[in-house]
Design a binder for this molecule. Structure first.
Ligand SMILES: [Zn+2]
Ligand SMILES: [Zn+2]
Length: 257
């Protein structure tokens, strides 16, 4: 199994997961044209995708999804709530090969095993995803405002983890956002801070991690240096396993052995 990213942050997200011949995209938060351009940087075309798995209806996750699915016949997977939330919008899933996922119910995309996980976030029915391929486990976990026992349980044993480090609380408090948005981002249904991400790792089997990718960093309220400083406190050994996903370039293929 291997993973890569088309880009990560509030302007758009897309994570590639490949297992054998099966390629899926988690979220499609760039326009169709931009998604095609970014796929091409990896030598890929939309037709190579077996599925697009959507986490929730926010624009940075769903922007190009409907158009990609309609134009290229790629099946779209999401919860019922997420599909309902985009009904009637340009990013809506009408006239796509839409398939419903239910949090906690594992399903297969070809040989890849996928488990949707419920997370606390201010969307209609948000979920994140965990992938299994043989005995290898990959977790993708962004867009959650707080840690729940369920989230900890679902992500504690992974060989690779894409983990939200959205903001540094001090930068958020002193930053340019209006007070209401600061409350939203920092709240229990907003986004994960660097500290919260470090707390999650304190519950995880970090020795098992081959790759840890810090993701969905806010360009206003965080820096890679702030995120890495917090996470390095939680992962004392093997810090070369840790990297930061960028908004413009995401990250290159990482192999899970
Ligand atoms: Zn997001
Ligand atoms: Zn969101």
């Amino acid at each position: 199994m291997r993973l890569a990213s088309l880009g990560s942050g509030s302007k758009g997200n897309g994570t590639l997961v490949r297992a054998g011949d099966t390629l899926v995209l988690v979220d499609c938060g760039f326009t169709l044209r931009e998604t095609v351009r970014r796929l091409a940087l990896f030598g890929l075309a939309p037709e190579d995708l077996a599925a697009v798995l959507i986490t929730h209806e926010h624009g940075d996750h769903v922007r190009g999804a409907g158009a990609l699915a309609r134009k290229h016949g790629v099946p779209l997977y999401s919860t019922f709530g997420t599909a309902r939330a985009v009904t009637g919008k340009p990013a809506g899933f009408q006239n796509t090969l839409w398939r419903e996922v239910r949090p906690g119910r594992t399903f297969q995309v070809q040989g890849l095993t996928v488990t949707p996980v419920t997370v606390p976030h201010d969307a209609r029915e948000p979920c994140q995803y965990r992938f299994s391929w043989g005995d290898r486990e990959l977790g993708v976990l962004t867009d959650l405002g707080s840690l729940t026992p369920h989230v900890v349980e679902c992500y504690r044993e992974c060989d690779a983890l894409v983990l939200e480090c959205n903001h540094d609380p001090e930068l958020l408090a002193n930053g340019p956002y209006p007070a209401s948005l600061k409350r939203r981002v920092g709240g229990n249904f907003g986004h994960l801070s660097n500290e919260q991400a470090a707390t999650l790792l304190g519950h995880c089997n970090v020795d098992r991690l081959q790759h840890l990718v810090l993701s969905h960093l806010s360009e206003q309220n965080n820096t890679p240096e702030h995120a890495l400083a917090q996470i390095h406190r939680a992962v004392a050994r093997g810090q070369e396993r840790i990297r930061v996903a960028g908004q413009n370039h995401g990250f290159d293929w990482l192999d899970i052995h």
